[in-house]
Design a protein around this ligand. Sequence first.
Ligand code: NAP
Length: 479
Amino acid sequence: MTDTPTQLFIGGAWVDAADGATMPVDDPATGDILCHVADAGPKDAKLAEDAAVQAQEEWARTAPRVRSEILRRAYEIIVGRTDELAHLMTAEMGKPLAEARGEVAYAAEFFRWFSEEAVRIDGGLATLPDGRNRMLLSRRPVGPCLLITPWNFPLAMGTRKIGPAVAAGCTMVLKPAPQTPLSSLALAAILKEAGLPDGVLNVVTTSRAGEVCEPLLRGGRIRKLSFTGSTAVGQLLLAQSAQAVVRTSMELGGNAPFVVFEDADLDKAVDGAMVAKMRNMGEACTAANRFFVHRSVAEEFGRRLAERMGALVVGPGTRDGVDVGPLIDRRGRAKVEELVADAVERGAQVLVGGRTPEGPGCFYPPTVLADVDPGSRLMDTEIFGPVAAILTFDDEDEVIRRANDTPWGLVGYVFTEGLDRALRVSERLEVGMVGLNTGLVSNPAAPFGGVKQSGLGREGGRVGIDEFLEYQYLAVPVR
Ligand code: NAP
């Protein structure tokens, strides 16, 4: 912690906010203040934007191999510092160390993946159908980008955007969530060490997100917004981006259905449920939010899930043997409490958990609710906590209709041993990703993203770099 930067990173230098403002970073396991970081205002954001704009032209001309090798070096440094970065993340975000180490590996992998993609940006040459014209196609970086990230995956949400932006030749202003600025600042220091030229990445930590970002989006010099966060904020930023016709990628909220058919292997289903629900304490956009279980296996599934959830150890993420850390803050926990209270009022049975513990920290126990009323608020709200809500269904058409009955469409999980059914149901689910007999879909080599109000565009995979590239077409007559 002592070496972790706490200033803004602008033009390759560490600087205080112009007005000297700072903001506290809290430890969600204790409520104590860990440290203070610079709290940027609009002046600092403008300086960061100036640095990104100034660096853009030369950076776009940099050899792809050079960009690739910077990412590769950064990948190696991150992997080499897994423990240090994991401790930092646990301190500011709360997740248990084992999960934080997992996130470090996941985050690093985006740099390795995009170091390999940086040298595979292709173009084309073709004779057009009339035979009199040629088409020369090239790919160019979209230009300076604004990257806005949430607190739940403090390192990986940054590398998932920075990796393809660096590979494509874009410069950036990164605004991390105020709860978890330290991981992003540590990442900036690593990229500098790996040889990233000054001004290519700039980081503004701030408690004044609106004041800092809106002028950048409306100003016309930022050409791309890549945002991960809630749908409500995404909608606001889309409106702000419209004025200067800023290109956008939006990774927004989810309301994942988790469907267990009568022919499912219940061992696999319960294992899958533990991952889909409990990864990151349920604070994930991919978290299973609505468990639809066939009536004939619902009781057995609920009993087994409650047994596994009840055996998890809750405590500070730094303590050995802890499976479930604190939620991000008191507001996040209060929301979970309200959703559970509402479901119980409407008749849900609490199979395990459901009671907030006394004492400091934002802890909430793993909870399983059965017989949840479809009218409960948690059916159309991201729970973002360790609460599994089980409903029953009777047939395939019915469950597909209910699973799709939401404005979101990020991910769905399907458990069945029948291949035909697995494919049929997956194809009918209105989601960008499906976990078939698995509770984990995230992988840097796969295109991550949703449909409907879960977002626009994809991150990761072969297509992840496309979000940061434009086509240029040259018309060349055949003479
Ligand atoms: P959030 O409240 O939408 O905030 C996300 C980021 O946007 C934060 O950095 C936040 O900073 C910033 N922000 C808020 N208002 C802004 C404004 N007016 N202008 C510019 N920036 C603004 O979301 P969160 O609570 O941090 O994260 C949880 C949400 O992220 C969930 O909905 C989850 O599903 C979603 N998520 C989606 C994915 C995905 O890939 N689809 C991945 C992870 C998380 P402030 O906090 O300072 O406002």
